[in-house]
Design a binder for this molecule. Sequence first.
Ligand code: C2E
Ligand code: CA
Ligand code: CA
Ligand code: CA
Length: 279
Amino acid sequence: KETGKARCVVYSPRQEGSAPEHDISLEAAMFQAVREGEFLLYYQPIVDAHTREILGFETLMRWKHPTLGMVPPVRFIPIAETNGLINLLGAWALKAACVQLKQFEEVAKRSLYISVNISPRQFRNDKFLDVLDDAIAYSGLDGAQLVLEITEGTLMIDPVHAEAILSKMTERKARIAIDDFGTGYSSLAYLKRFPISVLKIDRTFIRDLPASQKDGAICNAVLDLAKHLDLSVVAEGVETEEQLHYLEQRGCQRIQGYLTGKPMPANVAMAALKESTYA
Ligand code: C2E
Ligand code: CA
Ligand code: CA
Ligand code: CA
């Protein structure tokens, strides 16, 4: 119901308050899934709000289990975060996404960027910078084409460590996006302290636009803040023309959501790029 619209959403009966034994079997299945190569990457377009041209993609992980079907990331990412498997999965995703971007660019015949989610545990892992360097070197990508999405929470666990890692990331020209911006409970002071380039407005602030005055005020404030801090903004979860129009009118330059493209397999993304190239 939360998502609104007549959309078919499949919930596992024990998604909420799931029994521990259920999680354990899912966890066991995850190790098997890694061996069997059941994890894949989907790509969701991030588009120019005005022209709707694809500027880049966010990489979203999927788990295609032979009998359970598609297991949503909200179910398996927290488990991977707890048992550490996220380091392995995240390293694979980062490298594969960088390689995929090269292929996207060949099809599009222009420069694009790739945005990759980095979990708190991954961010704090000793090997993370090596993983990043490996992904950049192996793919031949320019670091500037890479955006790493982290949450406010990830920065706040250990701000001193975060500062060191972020400066190393910017040395590699990778940009930092704050994911789910506005949903954490940290002060805005971190925007001053850390080298951040992108704010991603959480979709909970977009969902009830344009009707909700409060959400409108929040979006306006974020856009204004970003403008003055010279940050770019991506509005997440844009599902309607009205939402896009509202945001565009207020200076939001980048949009991501079902309206302009759902997360899709790489071959579908390539077809979309081809179409936009010859249009
Ligand atoms: P997120 O990073 O905030 O990703 C955006 C989520 O919103 C995605 O859900 C995407 O499919 C969904 N979404 C995009 N547009 C719309 C829209 O218009 N309407 C609605 N209702 N939803 C939309 P998804 O793919 O299920 O991923 C959920 C979360 O799982 C992500 O939230 C992220 O926190 C995590 N996740 C996914 N892939 C990865 C990954 O490779 N690594 C890590 N660490 N986390 C990941
Ligand atoms: Ca994200
Ligand atoms: Ca997000
Ligand atoms: Ca989220």
